[in-house]
Design a protein around this ligand. Sequence first.
Ligand SMILES: Nc1ncnc2c1ncn2[C@@H]1O[C@H](COP(=O)(O)O)[C@@H](O)[C@H]1OP(=O)(O)O
Ligand SMILES: [Mg+2]
Length: 317
Amino acid sequence: MELQVAKQAVRTASKLAHTVAQHHISSISKSDQSPVTVADFGAQAVIISALKQAFPGDPVVGEEDAAALRADDTLANKVWALVKEAAPHDKNLSERTNLFAAIDAGNYAGSAKGRQWALDPIDGTKGFLRGGQYAVCLALIVDSRVELGVIGCPNLGPRGGLFSAVRGKGAFWEPLFEESTPEKISFRHIESTKDATFCESVESGHSALDTQLKIAQSLGISNPPVQMDSQAKYCSLAKGDADIYLRLPVRMDYEEKIWDHAAGNILITEAGGVVTDMNGNLLDFGKGRTLKDNKGVIAAAKSIHSDVLKAVQKALL
Ligand SMILES: Nc1ncnc2c1ncn2[C@@H]1O[C@H](COP(=O)(O)O)[C@@H](O)[C@H]1OP(=O)(O)O
Ligand SMILES: [Mg+2]
């Protein structure tokens, strides 16, 4: 039940985002940031509305709130038009005033106990604007642990990808814009760590790319890293296109947000991988809206994760 609702909601939001992105890429004002803002609010509204109808009691930790929309009627009208097109029969979104309430329902502070959804309506805003990777990410967390994750990646592969995982049930891929039987996915087998390929952020402000290059060299890796925005990195590992995702902090005071990692976390573990922080601890999704007890992220296949962790710790000594 949860999986079907989450997949349908992510699919609807991904289509909405894709429509805006296509229009943005073909437009002449590519420096305009507003398309991603419009898509972000629209995606959050349709997903939270779907969740609130299926699971009325469940709180949602969503990235956005509606303050900027309430203050800007032109922006609100654009988002509203998009939402009406994407979800015309949603009775929770029958009037424009409901739009604000749906978005603001993502204001949960987070908790260590009980159920909560974590939502990043558009992860990878930079990728969205440059026509690269971005992702719509939704996860169900129960008692601080991720139980279910769904990620929509409109630009990953020729048909886009809808990635999903439920604890104990494996990780799956299906095309994003057509109905088709999900295919099971997993990490690829590599003989040795030196054969691995890194996947990492494009943005040097999000991840210590120089240090990561040194770590790759210390592991004997000569394959060039694959760089992309958003949680599409987790999806790439889970479907066997790359082997190691490192996200080492650039600033030690930055706290990663739970919506930036929850869905990817279960996708990795269900595809045969391990995710820890740079101290080797599992990510704790029960500390509020951020991963405040964790620094950095290391995701890799089970067989090589401990080698990578050792190399990270040696580099950071
Ligand atoms: N200093 C930072 N360190 C790590 N991640 C960051 C930092 N600043 C922003 N982010 C987040 O990185 C995510 C995108 O990462 P990636 O490089 O993997 O695409 C965004 O969700 C963004 O959050 P925000 O949207 O709040 O700016
Ligand atoms: Mg994000």
